[in-house]
Design a protein around this ligand. Sequence first.
Ligand code: ZN
Length: 242
Amino acid sequence: MRYAIISDIHGNLEALQRVLAEIQTQKVDEILCLGDVIGYGPNPNECVDIIRETARICLAGNHDYAPLGKLDISYFNQWARSAIEWTAEELTPSSRDFLLSLPLKEVVDGFTIVHSTPLHPNEWNYITTLDEAEENYAAFDEELCFIGHSHVPLIVIQNEDGKCDVENDSRLQLVGGNRYIINVGSVGQPRDFNPRAAYSIYDDNDKVFQLWRVEYDVGKTQDKIIRAGLPEFLADRLARGQ
Ligand code: ZN
């Protein structure tokens, strides 16, 4: 099977449409979404409708739960909080129902997917260092776990001796005996100083993973953010990928 794995769309319709157009040329069998479909961006309902139609599985992210009252929003910074309040007003009953139904973690055909960490999916911790990755390998049984949440792509390999290392290439050939935690980056709000939308393809026949980046109309999304009355900072950061 060939999977497209995407995460952290954050209500950015232009980025999502562009990524899905690319995915279509990649001839995948299934699309998996690791959560944060909404939050920050100006098109939450549109993104929910598209993901509901196209993804085989969509997980819950913290930004999917927050406007439903399922999370304490004092956890978020001021920009995220005002976006959550704006999003809560915008969500249709049908979007709410969909978001309420999302699971936190799933095992899909031999690999794990989760928004934040396999160890504590509902605590919204990050995996950004080797130490943080290391403690998470014990929390899933498969050779491979895909995550999102930090908006920064990352591949951590654990070898048979338990030693962890970061892989810097965007293409990875999986090797038997090793285990992997892979962050697929963000469609709608990249934070690795690369403003292009991220998506990934995993082919479990030849065991190859590849992360892709694609340009989209950032200016259009920025205009919508400003017109919606969302914080200007949320528009600015899209152009910086930060
Ligand atoms: Zn996110």
